[in-house]
Design a protein around this ligand. Sequence first.
Ligand code: COA
Length: 185
Amino acid sequence: MALTYFKRFRMEIDVAGRVLVPPPPQGYRFVPWDRSLLGAHAEVKYRSFRHEIDAAVFPCFCDLSGCYRLMEEIVYRKDFLPECTWLAARVDAGGQVQEYCGTVQGVREHGRLGAVQNLGIAPEHRGRSIGTGLLLRALQGFRKQGLRRVYLEVTADNFGAVRLYRRLGFKVVKTTYRAVEAAVS
Ligand SMILES: CC(C)(COP(=O)(O)OP(=O)(O)OC[C@H]1O[C@@H](n2cnc3c(N)ncnc32)[C@H](O)[C@@H]1OP(=O)(O)O)[C@@H](O)C(=O)NCCC(=O)NCCS
């Protein structure tokens, strides 16, 4: 086995001010957390992450059951925040859900800090502001919970995600390295 080191950023934002949440793009809807949607979150997480750099950093993203377990770990935490947990859905003209295509979750840490977990948009739905919309909804949820400081962690080479976070006002506050064991062929 060989160790590979992935550079990661911890990024933070202050959400003391009002968070302006844009409406979803046409043909999409944002869906708040409900216990019955755990499987949908897991499935979208899998589709969003399986071919991305984070699947190398966190192998649980490589299969659906891993994503399901990760979702269970998040939502059964006592500090899970349903208000910060959203799905994006593609809808038909009547507003009926055709397909879920984006996910984000939130938890509270150390009583006073919000933590964004696993923002993911299925590849065919990217670049339509759905990731931005989901993240802003999560930030609004933290603010409603009285949390002013929110953080997330992102792999430094995930350039698109880092750019999105910077655009919304997140700033890098710490750089870490995550060691991952990989089989040598
Ligand atoms: C990062 C991610 C959530 C962005 O979702 P999105 O819905 O495309 O985001 P938006 O449309 O709101 O914003 C697009 C931004 O994301 C970036 N982006 C990343 N991948 C993209 C893609 N395949 N297509 C279009 N834009 C992409 C663009 O650079 C764009 O930034 P810009 O507006 O500054 O140019 C999405 O690419 C994704 O799910 N990636 C894989 C999972 C992942 O790495 N998540 C982040 C974990 S920390």
